[in-house]
Ligand binder design. Sequence first.
Ligand code: SF4
Ligand code: SF4
Length: 190
Amino acid sequence: MSNGSSRITDFIKKALFVDFIKGLAITLRYNVSRSITLRYPDQEKWVPYRRFRGQHTLNMDANGRELCVACELCAKACPTKCITVIPMEDDSGRGIADRVAKVWKVELTRCLFCGYCEDACPTRAVRLGRDYELACFDLSCATKNKEELLQPQSIPETINGGFVVKAKFVRSPEGIKVVPDLRMSKKRLL
Ligand code: SF4
Ligand code: SF4
C-alpha cells in the first residue's frame, strides 16, 4: 500500500473514532463478564487443584500410626538437600514399623516444590499438600518439623480443588487464622 493511501486510511480511522470504539468495546465486554478478582485473603480463598504442590504433609494410616519408616529416601532424592531425617528404633506402635523418624524436617526456603520427595517415598508418608500461605517473619518458622507436618492441612486430600470459597476466621493457639470455609456450598470457579 502506498504512503498516500495509508494516510487516507489513518485519517478515516481517526475521523470515525475506530480505535476509540475498539477500546470501548473491550471495556464494555469486561464490564459484563464474570469478575476474576479474588477478595483475598480475608474474604475469599483459592482452593488449589489436587495436583498443586504446596507445603509438605506427613501422613498417618487409619489407626493414626505414622507412615514414615525413616528410610531417608526423600532426603536422598531432594535436589536441594533441604530434608533432614534422623531415624530411631521405636516399638511402641506409633509407626507402621519399628523404625520411625526421630527428626523429620524440611527447610522451605530452599525447597523447589518439585515433588521428588513424595515420588521417592515408598509408603506415601510425605505428600506435598495444598497449604500455600507460607510467608513468615523469621527463618525459624520456615523450617517445618515432624510435629507440625503431622497436623492436618487446611484442605483435606479428599476435596477436589479449582474453586474459590469464602474465608473464615478461626482461633488457634498461634492466634487468629483465616482459612477456607470448605462447608460453603457457594463456590465459584476462576
Ligand atoms: S519438593 Fe523437591 S526440593 Fe522440596 S523437599 Fe521435596 S524434593 Fe526437596
Ligand atoms: S517420608 Fe517416606 S521417603 Fe522420607 S523417610 Fe519417611 S518413609 Fe522414607
